[in-house]
Design a protein around this ligand. Structure first.
Ligand code: NIG
Ligand code: FE
Length: 418
């Protein structure tokens, strides 16, 4: 067994077995001076005040971890990421610094299609090796679960290769990956003149293979005028649902393209981005119970100032999620603490709301709410000791590596300096 003692704040997020909405998002259920016991099965066995937990320690049978007066938080759950790709786009980053826009670069054949060319040229082994670098970055930031989208293959075999790489990363690293099929991320070079055929390829060939090999839990579509319009997105997502996949959508990122309304119509698990979503879209998400996944890292990294309307969404009672959107183009950051900072400075979310959005709400959006996202008895002991005594510092000091030690299933996954 493992006993974690001497936490300045044990941030449990204990509560009802559902995502948090409205004022609940500010309620972190903190145990000051708290402690926690982890069973041999890697699950949380007890949570409480230090003396209560110390009474449960069986001498000789329990490792004691002294948190040193640090904050203990559930591992972050990053519910929107593209963490598997070959190559980088540092060259495009430089072009954007010189004035080119993300959309101009994409229209000239760069952007997602540049990462597709590099990813197609890589073997599965090379892809796994490249992506392990990023797995370590996620862990170092205190993230223990990450969603992983395909979408840089865009052919049957290359999409399957990506999803097999995700499966291997899940087995070979301490990070837990939740796979999402994103064959409809972009129209690949060889289908530019016959895009309808590409939609058919996704529906008739990719989806059945992904489902048959059980390579994904969700299906996502980049719903945007110049990529996949609402009708194409609907057809793909209906086919995905019929194949047994949950639904997520890149919605209203670059324009008000109707993505949020489509997510509501289909009862998707999430609608992601939402930088351009209007009040009608927010109301539709609310009536359909769709969780918004907000990605301020991509707004920042694209040099935009148009952040999603988080306050309005919280006031409307939506179970808001925050995620990194880690990818080689629009959001090259794996850092949830940076996302918390951006959410507070640009979206007026309090640090507590940010932490709720980055843990328990994110876990529910991935169908993992009964397993991770809070520090409660029975949940997997995925937690992080952060180098501060007050949880608000996680959002307040930015550009700082806060994570001191990260545990997954009760086992050490990362320790600073080790
Ligand atoms: O979430 N919007 C589309 N997809 C990604 C960008 C991926 C890329 O640029 O490689 C996003 O921002
Ligand atoms: Fe994305």
């Amino acid at each position: 067994m493992l006993a974690v003692v001497n936490c300045s704040q044990l941030v449990t997020l204990r509560g009802a077995a559902r995502p948090r909405v409205g004022a609940e998002m500010r309620e972190l259920s903190i145990v000051e001076g708290g402690a926690m016991l982890v069973g041999r099965d890697g699950r949380i066995a007890a949570v409480g005040a230090r003396d209560e937990i110390e009474r449960l320690i069986v001498a000789g049978d329990c490792e004691v971890l002294d948190a040193g007066g640090r904050v203990c938080l559930p591992g972050f759950v990053d519910a929107h990421a593209h963490p598997v790709f070959a190559g980088t786009r540092a060259g495009e980053f430089e072009q954007r610094a010189a004035g080119a826009t993300y959309q101009e670069i994409a229209e000239a054949g760069g952007g997602i299609r540049a990462s597709v060319r590099a990813t197609r040229a890589a073997t599965e082994d090379e892809l796994v090796a490249a992506s392990k670098r990023y797995a370590l970055w996620f862990l170092r930031g205190g993230t223990t679960t990450v969603e992983a989208k395909s979408g840089y293959g865009l052919s049957v075999e290359d999409e399957l290769k990506m999803l097999r790489a995700v499966r291997r990363l899940d087995a070979e690293t301490p990070l837990q990956y939740v796979p999402t099929f994103l064959g409809a991320h972009e129209v690949p070079d060889e289908y530019r003149a016959r895009r309808a055929d590409y939609v058919e390829l996704v529906i008739q060939e990719m989806l059945p293979r992904v489902a048959a090999e059980r390579l994904a839990e969700f299906c996502d579509v980049f719903c945007e005028g110049r990529v996949f319009d609402v009708d194409e997105s609907r057809r793909i997502l209906l086919a995905a649902r019929a194949a047994g996949l949950g639904l997520r959508l890149h919605a209203d990122q670059l324009s008000l393209s109707g993505g949020a309304r489509l997510a509501a119509e289909l009862g998707a698990a999430t609608a992601d981005h939402l930088e351009h979503t209007d009040a009608v879209g927010i109301a539709a998400l609310r009536s359909a119970g769709v969780q918004p996944v907000l990605l301020p890292g991509s707004v920042y990294a694209l040099g935009s100032t148009r952040y999603p309307a988080a306050r309005e969404m919280i006031e409307a009672g939506l179970a808001v999620v925050l995620a990194t959107d880690f990818n080689p183009g629009s959001s090259p950051t794996p850092s949830m603490p940076l996302v918390l900072s951006l959410a507070s400075t640009h979206m007026r979310m309090t640090p507590a709301e940010g932490i709720t959005a980055a843990t328990v709400n994110a876990a529910y959006s991935l169908g993992r709410g009964d397993d991770v996202g809070t520090l409660e008895v029975g949940k997997r002991a995925d937690f992080c000791l952060h180098d501060c005594a007050d949880y608000r510092e996680l959002a307040y000091f930015f550009g700082v590596e806060h994570a001191h030690a990260v545990y997954v299933g009760g086992r050490l996954a990362f320790r600073r300096g080790a």
